[in-house]
Design a protein around this ligand. Structure first.
Ligand code: URA
Length: 241
């Protein structure tokens, strides 16, 4: 099975012709023609090169959905372009990616870590819309070790200019003479939220690394800067949301 072909009924449903089951019925009834020949159940097509006609109408393939995980470095903006001409995350993608992908959930220029780039708007919405409350976990480095009270305060919710933050999961990770790492998990996505939460309790963030977003985890990159999710990983991600 190569990545360039997909099941005919999947191609038809992605193009908005009918559900997969209804597309199978159309194929069975002989109403679907692939490259001039009547299609059969089980047939696969290459959306880029094969001509598929259903009920006399040529089916135009919808853009292939792609999903890349990136370990964003500091200094790169998580937008698709930047008026100041700084490097943006789409420039980290392999050169042969032709689809227009966009980042799901921003990371500040000074933040690093996990970022998903995709052209799947539905999935992006599920990962970022507040009503789905998808958890994002960050590792935060501060020069001072947050006190027990500060941690309790972060857990309960802190007052920002637009209101109180929802309860967060906060755990101490490690500390030495240079500073302390703390793990913070939130399910909101306000601008600069973690930095502002830490500032509110008296700590300036020196480093901010996103470790996970819902079922996506930085470890899935296995040390790489960029990976493309496989079809199986995408299915798993969707079923976990
Ligand atoms: N919170 C922040 O303050 N910055 C980020 O980049 C992500 C979460």
């Amino acid at each position: 099975m190569t990545e360039t072909t997909i099941k005919l009924q999947a191609f038809m449903s992605q193009a908005g012709i009918a559900s997969r089951r209804a597309s199978e019925k159309l194929i069975e009834s002989g109403k679907v023609i692939v490259n001039g020949e009547t299609a059969h159940i089980g047939q696969r097509v290459n959306p880029k090169t094969d001509t598929v006609i259903c009920n006399g109408e040529t089916i135009t393939p919808s853009e292939q959905k792609r999903y890349f995980l990136i370990d964003k470095p500091i200094g790169v903006v998580s937008t698709t372009n930047d008026e100041l001409g700084r490097k943006n995350v789409t420039q980290l993608l392999p050169k042969n990616v032709k689809e227009r992908l966009y980042p799901v959930g921003r990371l500040d220029i000074d933040s690093e870590g996990l970022l998903l780039l995709t052209n799947d708007g539905e999935l992006a919405q599920k990962l970022t819309h507040p009503k789905y409350e998808v958890e994002k976990t960050y590792h935060v480095f501060t020069k001072l070790n947050p006190t027990f009270n500060a941690i309790q305060h972060l857990r309960k919710g802190v007052k920002l200019k637009e209101g109180y933050t929802s309860p967060a999961k906060v755990e101490r990770l490690s500390n030495d003479e240079t500073g302390a790492w703390t793990e913070i998990t939130i399910s909101e996505g306000r601008n600069h939220q973690v930095r502002r939460m830490m500032e509110r309790v008296g700590y300036e963030v020196e480093k901010l690394v996103r470790i996970s977003m819902g079922p996506l985890h930085i470890d899935m990159l296995d040390g790489e800067r960029v990976i493309e999710l496989s079809e199986e990983q995408v299915q798993e991600l969707k079923s976990d949301l």
